[in-house]
Design a protein around this ligand. Structure first.
Ligand code: ADP
Ligand code: MG
Length: 259
């Protein structure tokens, strides 16, 4: 009987229920569960396992360069990052309104970290996210004749485009990029980051009219964050630097001589 039910569950694609059937039978007998309680426990396991698997798959297909969460972000270090805005974004309302997020600032101030952190929140919320860099995207778009092969940039609920501005974009890629931004306009969010101010996007895309059209769509429903300050990557090195200078100064005070 047990085996027959297990194979029926497998046939129906309810593999977790099948796997746990025997142990749940024992547990439910011991706890004197009703039929409904028994069924509910098994169904809950199946749903939880599916959610876990779906989360893992979405994390994998998101192609994050690293996995850092918003909890790991030090808001006291970052200048120009409004914690309330990030918390609001983490509530994921921005996805439902297809609002874009643009993070601007010099290298090392946490643009990628914040993008990934928001991306992870979006995945936890059940959304499909895809992370890419402008360089990768431009390479690929430059070789396309139509957007039919660009589904991965169109279908995710959240598209993260990192590092806009490190390399100029060729004309064909720029036009496809514009088409993608237009297609996503008011239907899917873009989180982008750039080390260049918007006024420099004209030369970046090699066409100021095109750049204006891209920015028009990107910023119509958009949150812009101008991040300032020093690179977090250099933070510890700087601290070490200060420490060593202090040590030298203290040593002099104690009468040290230069060797
Ligand atoms: P950017 O994309 O602006 O160049 P990253 O997001 O790649 O910078 O940050 C560089 C490194 O420093 C990453 O490991 C990131 O996690 C870390 N980092 C940057 N800013 C912060 C911050 N405010 N709090 C914690 N870690 C940070
Ligand atoms: Mg970065």
């Amino acid at each position: 009987m047990l085996e027959k039910v297990e194979s029926t569950l497998d046939e129906l694609g309810l593999h977790t229920m099948s796997e746990l059937l025997s142990s749940q039978c024992e547990q439910s007998l011991a706890k004197e569960h009703s039929y409904l309680e028994f069924l509910e426990a098994l169904l809950t396991e199946e749903i939880e396992e599916r959610k876990r698997r779906s989360f893992e798959i979405r994390m994998k297909t998101a192609s994050f360069p690293f996995k850092k969460t918003l909890d790991e972000f030090d808001f006291s270090w970052a200048k120009g990052v409004d914690r309330r805005v990030i918390t609001e974004l983490a509530g994921l309302g921005f996805i439902h309104s297809a609002t874009n997020v643009c993070l601007l600032g010099p290298p090392g101030v946490g643009k990628t970290h914040l993008s990934v952190g928001l991306g992870i929140e979006a995945i936890v919320g059940g959304n499909v996210v895809y992370f890419t860099t402008m360089a990768k995207m431009a390479n690929e778009l430059g070789g396309l004749n139509s957007l039919r092969r660009a589904r991965k940039y169109l279908s995710p609920k959240v598209l993260i485009i990192d590092e806009i501005g490190y390399r100029p974009i060729d004309a064909k890629a720029a036009v496809h990029f514009f088409e993608i931004v237009s297609e996503r306009y008011e239907s899917g969010s873009i989180i982008c980051s750039s080390n260049k101010g918007f006024q420099e996007w004209g030369s970046l895309f090699g066409d100021s009219v095109l750049a204006t059209a891209i920015l028009d769509r990107l910023l119509h429903h958009g949150v812009v964050m101008n991040i300032k300050g020093d690179s977090y990557r250099l933070k510890d090195r700087k601290r070490q630097g200060i420490a060593s200078h202090l040590e030298v100064a203290q040593a002099y005070e104690k009468g040290a001589t230069i060797e």
